[in-house]
Ligand binder design. Structure first.
Ligand SMILES: Nc1ncnc2c1ncn2[C@@H]1O[C@H](COP(=O)(O)OP(=O)(O)O)[C@@H](O)[C@H]1O
Ligand SMILES: [Mg+2]
Length: 296
């Protein structure tokens, strides 16, 4: 974490440079969206295919700003308690067992069971309390259901919550908020309206080669270009699970691990599991490896 307080960069170019400094390559569109979100203190909703750098942007922004990253991973069936706070029943029970009958008869004792010391903070409460010291990542919100989305909408507008037994907790300053969606379903317009929106597409071949060079500096430029070109051909193949940037990086690392400094039909086939992670896709690609690595 940086010791110096973070100052919002003066321009998109400056923010892009600073992000590059922490290993993240943002194109001009994403850099612009991020700068606006920082300046206006608005949540930024990032949509795109799996593995295009949505989650990573939140991590890198936390690193850049010296803020704590607080991540709420959404999933099917997530409810407000798992997101906000829960009471620590086990500790409450232990406490009750240690009380005398006399103490138990006292109504105040029972009230005391719902005190701060028995409260388990979950990511959203943690983010409200950390306020301007936090980057709040609400990850894969498309996995949560409608009801949870509505609850988030409310939270994002007030940044305060009321815990009946404790009172109202208000954010001391706003966290930077990044929401991500892999777009397995449409999000509601109301949520989109509250946020700035940016679609992250797959990087161009040149951009992706650049990402490989930053993330895997030991790889030669020539190999990086070849692997990226092969990944781009895979993305054109109509696979069930097209490879993201993470897979490109896995692929170059796997090639490195077997000491292959060239991408050939053979080394590609040997390491295909790093980049194609679906059985039917694997069959399709293996049977037509010359399409992925021409000349092999
Ligand atoms: N623009 C980028 N700059 C640097 N690394 C990137 C970029 N995009 C993706 N990556 C790499 O790809 C990996 C997967 O990205 P991630 O953020 O997890 O994807 P998703 O969009 O599914 O959240 C990251 O861990 C990072 O190593
Ligand atoms: Mg992600």
């Amino acid at each position: 974490m940086s010791e110096q307080p973070f100052e919002t960069p003066a321009s998109v170019g400056d923010l892009q440079d600073q992000l590059r400094g922490v290993g993240y390559l943002a194109d001009r569109g994403l850099g612009t969206a991020a700068l606006i979100a920082l300046r206006l203190g608005r949540p930024l909703l990032l949509e795109g295919e799996v593995g295009v750098g949505k989650t990573e942007l939140a991590k890198c922004l936390a690193q850049l700003t010296g803020r704590e990253l607080i991540r709420l991973q959404c999933y099917e069936g997530i409810d407000t308690h798992q997101a906000l706070y829960e009471w620590d029943y086990a500790r409450q029970m232990l406490h009750v067992r240690a009380l005398s009958e006399h103490e138990l008869a006292d109504a105040q004792t029972i009230g005391g069971l719902y005190a701060e010391e028995f409260l388990l903070e979950r990511p959203l409460l943690q983010a409200i309390r950390s306020g301007s010291n936090a980057v709040l990542l609400i990850d894969e919100i498309d996995r949560a259901d409608d009801e949870f989305e509505a609850f988030l909408l409310e939270l994002l507008s007030d940044f305060q919550i009321t815990i009946p037994e404790v009172g109202t907790v208000e954010a001391a300053g706003r966290p930077i908020v990044i929401l991500t969606s892999n777009r397995t379903r449409e999000l509601h317009d109301a949520l989109k309206r509250r946020c700035l929106y940016h679609w992250i597409g797959y990087p161009t071949a040149a951009e992706e080669t650049d990402i490989v060079r930053v993330r895997a500096p030991d790889v030669t430029e020539a190999l990086a270009q070849k692997v990226v070109a092969a990944v781009h051909r895979l993305r054109d193949m109509d696979l069930a699970k097209p490879p993201g940037v993470a897979e490109t990086l896995d692929w170059v690392e796997s090639l490195g691990a077997i000491g292959a400094d060239e991408l050939t039909g053979e080394s590609a086939t040997d390491t295909l599991g790093a980049v194609v992670k679906d059985r039917d896709d694997l069959e399709l690609v293996s049977s037509d490896i010359a399409r992925v690595v021409p000349g092999s």
